[in-house]
Design a protein around this ligand. Structure first.
Ligand SMILES: [Zn+2]
Ligand SMILES: [Zn+2]
Length: 280
């Protein structure tokens, strides 16, 4: 864990203007990854995993030129640090890996692998996991420690009804340079950066409802893998502790997902072992 990070309060309380949004509030845990030297016992981005020697390390099962390639750690999240995670059974640790060597067709995203583990069951830790031969450096996260912080989010503008969008246009005070819809989208709804839970951000595509391919339940965001934590459009989300930083510091893990967008991992709220991913 690193120094706590604190997101400033939103510039205005949208539910005071539009009470109908209150039931749509969701908690997100911003991870605030920062450069560090995490151990297997820490929550991390790009850090070492608490992985037992007796468990086969995951390899990418998509087609590659040459031999099969091992995956690499993306995130290790202990439930004690991120209580919002709904861990199945007696598990208490979520490990996420991906294949950093290719953007696999048809959707050109890295192949991901998720594993729920019980930390106390790991007696012999794998210290030298296999490494891929030629990873794409955009997909190799620099080791970061985390400063998880819970915030409240509201749906992206495109997920609201036409009537709700109209209410925002009327209720949020705008000017010539900053329209009400932009204020809502950039400042009031969805937090940027790596996070657990909350609402998805949209941009490349219109919202797409994701349904569990196993049971049909509507899925919810599990982890958002982001290419930056802030940019000039949404600087109100910069934690107080980072406000002296500039935009070059907005991406400590150094991961750039598909043209500077996001990779969204979804989970089935009914069955934590059901999950999928989507590029946004
Ligand atoms: Zn692969
Ligand atoms: Zn399901």
């Amino acid at each position: 864990m690193t120094t706590a990070r604190t997101t400033p309060p939103r510039p205005l309380d949208i539910t005071a203007l539009i009470p109908g949004l209150a039931p749509l509030a969701r908690t997100a845990t911003r991870l605030h990854p920062r450069p560090g030297t995490p151990t297997v016992h820490d929550s991390s981005i790009g850090g070492p995993l608490l992985w037992p020697t007796r468990h086969q390390w995951p390899y990418c099962d998509k087609w590659h030129e040459g031999p099969q390639e091992p995956m690499i750690p993306v995130a290790q999240l202990y439930v004690r640090d991120i209580p919002q995670l709904k861990a199945p059974g007696r598990t208490d640790l979520l490990q996420i890996l991906w294949c950093p060597t290719e953007e696999h067709p048809p959707d050109h995203k890295p192949q991901t692998y998720l594993f729920w583990r019980t930390a106390a069951d790991v007696t012999q830790v794998l210290t030298e996991p296999p490494r891929p031969s030629e990873p794409n450096t955009w997909y190799v996260p620099k080791p970061c420690v985390l400063a998880p912080e819970q915030v409240t989010e509201y749906p992206h503008l495109l997920e609201l009804s036409a009537e709700q969008q109209q209410r925002i246009a009327e209720a949020v005070e705008a000017d010539e340079s900053y329209e009400a819809e932009e204020i809502y989208r950039n400042e009031l709804s969805v937090a940027p950066g790596w996070k657990v839970g909350g609402w998805p951000s949209w941009g490349l595509t219109d919202p797409i409802a994701r349904f569990c391919i196993h049971c049909g339940t509507r899925m919810t965001p599990l982890l958002t893998i982001a290419s930056h934590e802030w940019h000039p459009d949404n600087r109100t989300w910069i934690p107080y502790e980072d406000q002296a930083q500039d935009d070059a510091d907005a991406n400590p893990p150094g991961v750039t997902v598909i043209d500077a967008n996001r990779l969204q991992l979804y989970v089935c709220p009914e069955h934590p072992y059901h999950h999928t991913d989507l590029v946004q």
